[in-house]
Design a protein. Sequence first.
Length: 502
Amino acid sequence: MKANGKEETRLVVVSNRLPLALRREGEEWRFEAGSGGLVTALGPVLKDRGGLWIGWPGNRDPIDREVLRHILGPVSKASGYRLIPVILEKEHIENYYEGFANASIWPLFHDLQMACLFQPRFWEAYRDVNSRFARIVRRHSRGSDFIWVHDYHLMHLALELKKRNNNRRCAFFLHIPFPSPDIFLKLPWRYEVMEALAAFDFVGFQTLRDRQNFQACLRSFWPSSRVRGRGPVVRISRNEGNIIAGALPISIDFTHFMNLTRSKTARETVKALREAHGTRKILLGVDRLDYTKGIPQRLEAYERALELYDELREKVVFVQIVVPSREGVDAYSRLRDEITQTVSRINGRFATTNWTPLTFFFRSFPADELAGFYRAADIAAVTPLRDGMNLVAKEYCACHADNDGVLILSEFAGAAGQLAPEALLVNPHDIEGLARTLLKAFEMAPQERQSRMRRLRRIIRRRDIFWWVDNFLRAAAGKALRDFPPGDLAPLVPQPLERHLS
Ligand code: GDG
C-alpha cells in the first residue's frame, strides 16, 4: 500500500504452466527453473516491482501440498517473485490440457480442423479449470493489480473472474494464431469462447491477420460492433462493452542469444560440427515435436532436392533437432515414428561411404549448445504449416553476428509478417517449391546472404522481447515496464527440506 493510501499496481502473470519443470524421480521430486524468453522478459518486472506468477507446476503424479510448498518457496526466493501453484487432477490434465486445449483448440487454431476432437467433457473440464485458476487469481491478487493471462489454455479466465464480481484489469495474449471465421465457427462452443475473450479488457495477438480474424469472428456474433483506430491497436465497441485488441509480435532476448554464441560450449559445438561436416553446408531444422511444424514436409522437400539437384549431393548435410513434446498423446507418437522412418529412408537412399545426408536428434539441448548449432548452420529451414510467431527463426538470426546465413521461412509463420522481405519465403505444402528454395539458399552469393542477414538482425534487434513486454503493457495497462512500483511482497520462504530439492 502506498503512503497516500492508494494501492499500487502489481503485475500478476497467469499461464497454464509455471516457469519451472517439475518431475518425479522415484520417491524424489526434481525441478528445473524455466529459462524461456517469456521468463527472461517478465522476470525483471516481476522481481523488481513485485508480482506473482500463477500456473500449474506441470506435475502429472499427485504431489503433497507441503512438499510443493517446500519446492516453490526457494524457487520463488531465488527468482525474486512468488510462484503460486494451481493443482490439477488427472482428469483435468486429460480433459482440459490434453483434451480441450491440445486436441480441440490447438489444431483448430492452426487451421487443422480435421485433426480436432470436440468432446463435451473436454469443454466442461476447460471451464472447471479456468474457474479454479480464477479462484486462485482472486485469492492472491488485489483490486489494483494488473492481470496478464497467457494463451489458449485460459481464454475463459476473465469471464470467470467477472462472474465472481471481480473487476481486476485483465489482459490476454494469444501465442498461437487466431483462425478465420470459416474455421473458428466449426467450434461447438464458438459463442462461449468469443464471449469469454470479449470479457478481457485487452486481447493481444501475434499478427495483424490474427487480430483481423478475431474481429471478423466477433462480428459474426455482434454484427453491430464497430472498430475504431488504424494502427496495431484498435478499439472494438459493442453494446455489451468495449474491447481493445492489438497485434504485437512476440520476440526474443536478442542480446542474450548473441552472447550465448560466445560461450565456451557454443564455440565447441561449432567446432565439432565443422570438424564433422568439413566444407559441406549445414542446413538446420529446430522444432518441438508437433504436426504444425511441417517436419515431414521439410524432410520430403530435402529428399526431392537431393533427387533433382546433383550439385547438392555430398555438399550439404541436414541437421534436424526435434524436441520431444506432449508425450503420451497418440498423434505425437505417430508423428515421431513417421519422422524417424523418413529420416532412415532418405539416409538409406542417398548416403555414401563418406556422407550421411541427414543427422536427426530427438532430444533437447542446453541453450548454449543450441546457440552453437544455430551459429554453425549455413541455412535454417523454418517451415511450419502454421505458427503463431516462431522464435527459432529469430534466434537463428540473433546467433549470426557474422551477418552470414540464410533463413528459409514459411509464409504461414507469424514471423513472416516481420521478416518477409529478407527471408526466403516458402509455402511448406509445396514440396517442389521448397526443394527449389533449398537449392537457392545453397547457391546464394555471400554478398546477398550478408545483406539479407544484416537487415533481418536489425529488424529483430529493434523489436526484441523487452520491446514486446513494454508495448504490451503500454497498450493494455497504459503503463510502461518501469511504471510498476517496487515490490512489497513478503517472500514465501518455508523451512529447507533438502531431500525434495535437486
Ligand atoms: C508457441 C507458439 C510462438 C527448441 N529446441 C530446443 C530449445 N528450443 C526452444 C527454442 C524456442 C522454443 O523452443 C520454440 O519456440 P517456437 O516459437 O518455435 O514454438 P512453440 O513452442 O510452439 O511456441 C509459437 C511461441 O509460443 C511464443 O509466443 O512463437 O508460434 O506455437 O525458443 O529455442 N531450447 C533448448 N534446447 C533445445 O533443444 N534449450
